[in-house]
Design a protein around this ligand. Structure first.
Ligand SMILES: [Zn+2]
Length: 453
């Protein structure tokens, strides 16, 4: 026994480290099988116990075990640290779908209904899980000593829920990423395209598309943009700890389209919902989007009679044609239910939506394809992609034929009254004015684009 001890000890010089690591790994395997260690492994067992003690001390101190930090102090620890990592499992994630809720999401992560209730109760103290949103994620991580659940509230805020492996008590805390924000102003006059003007003003495409979305209930960006239209924008860009841009949000914007001024300001209501409003508190959102496609050039306006391009004789053209590249997404302009989705003669692949106001319906024709999940009877929400531009049926080129129907008869979409969504509640008007005034004055006082009159 003592001979074996000395042999092992003497070997630790020279190339012994590698061998001793191998021995320690072997030791781990053998203890896993609950066999009794051979006498020669005593020093090794001592090292393993020492390591375990240090691991415990580190955990008691409340700091996470960090392989890099420990290795600097005790080189031999590095080879052992995977022990701690091996016990944990790969994180499990689940993304919330529309109509989803936190109970269902937590159960998908493997928690039983009783545990789910405990988690939700614990969370309630810092962030009510009834407020979760579609598109956000839950994440579960099982470690040796605790189970962690993360909910990503937004790009900067994370909710952590955890319990120790030996306890049923869940705890909750919110943490903030260190985000820096910078405000920018930009303005431009449109010469060729909106995106070109935006790029000239220093806006990335994402911010430019956000600008389009804000005004998409008032302006038909696909056919009504003209040379000389102009905009100005106050936006905030966010950067992570490494200075990488992680997003931007428009705080206030003005768009002048064919001489008409539209102004919007971002406001988080007391109920936590953020929307864009006019400076006097009316919602920018309306029952119908102005157009079912985002960008294109118009090929035909609404008119009572015209020569049909394919059939060659005059017949009423009761709709608006959007010439757009094949495959351009088509959006439902309002909430409703699909009452027809299929082939309909000269209309080709055709879709009809009956809206919440049941005397209103919209028709979409010549589609190349329907979007996934689109079929008769299905409910759709405003903005949802329902299909793609094509040239099925009687069409000379790829375009969307769009109709707005009033009690089944196609009418000029411009004549439809678009009632806005709920305005800022009267009781919070003072708060609205106080919070939006600085943004609007920043927008109004920004250095003017030379062409801005
Ligand atoms: Zn048409």
């Amino acid at each position: 026994m003592s001979e074996a001890f000395h042999r092992d000890f003497s070997e630790r010089s020279g190339n012994a480290r590698v061998r001793s690591l191998r021995a320690r790994r072997k030791h781990r395997k053998s203890t896993n099988r609950l066999s009794i260690p051979a006498p020669g492994w005593f020093p090794v067992a001592g090292a393993a116990i020492g390591f375990a003690l240090i691991l415990m001390l580190v955990s008691v101190a409340g700091k996470p075990v960090d392989a890099r930090v420990s290795a600097d102090q005790e080189e031999w620890l590095a080879a052992e640290l995977p022990l701690a990592v091996e016990v944990g499992t790969a994180p499990r994630r689940t993304v919330l779908k529309p109509g989803d809720n936190s109970q269902a999401a937590l159960q998908r992560l493997g928690f039983d209904p009783m545990t789910v209730q405990r988690i939700i109760k614990a969370a309630g103290k810092v962030y009510p899980l009834a407020r979760v949103r579609a598109g956000h994620t839950f994440e579960r991580m099982d470690h040796a000593r605790n189970i962690d659940v993360y909910y990503h509230v937004d790009a900067t805020t994370r909710l952590r829920l955890w319990r120790r492996a030996d306890s049923q008590t869940w705890q909750a805390s919110l943490s903030q990423r260190r985000i820096t924000r910078r405000q920018h102003v930009a303005s431009a006059t449109i010469e060729g395209s909106l995106l070109a003007a935006a790029a000239r003003a220093g806006l990335d495409d994402r911010t430019a598309m956000n600008l389009v979305d804000i005004f998409s209930w008032d302006i038909d960006f696909a056919r009504d943009i003209r040379k000389g239209d102009r905009f100005r924008v106050l936006y905030e860009e966010q950067f992570d700890e490494n200075g990488k841009s992680i997003g931007s949000v428009i705080l206030a914007a003005e768009f002048v389209n064919q001489g008409r001024h539209y102004k919007a300001v971002r406001y988080e209501q007391q109920n936590g919902r953020t929307h864009y409003f006019t400076p006097d508190g009316k919602s920018m959102r309306k029952a119908y989007l102005k157009a079912p496609v985002k960008f294109s050039r118009i090929s035909s306006r609404f008119q009572a009679r015209r020569k049909h391009p394919v059939l060659g004789y005059t017949r009423a053209h009761r709709g608006v044609d959007y010439a757009a590249p094949s495959g351009t997404p088509i959006h439902a302009i309002g909430d409703g239910r699909i009452v027809f989705a299929g082939w309909k003669g000269g209309y080709g692949r055709f879709l009809l939506i009956r809206h919440t106001n049941s005397s209103h319906s919209t028709a979409y024709a010549h589609m190349r394809a329907f979007a996934r999940g689109i079929k008769k009877g299905k409910r759709v929400h405003q903005g949802r992609i329902i299909g793609y531009v094509g040239m099925t049926g009687l069409a000379t080129g790829p375009h969307l034929h769009f109709e707005f129907r009033l009690r089944g008869r196609a009418v000029n979409p411009l004549t439809i009254k678009r009632s806005p969504a709920r305005p800022v509640a009267r009781v919070e008007m003072a708060r609205f004015r106080q919070q939006t005034a600085p943004l609007l004055s920043h927008l109004d006082n920004m250095p003017a684009d030379p062409a801005w009159g």
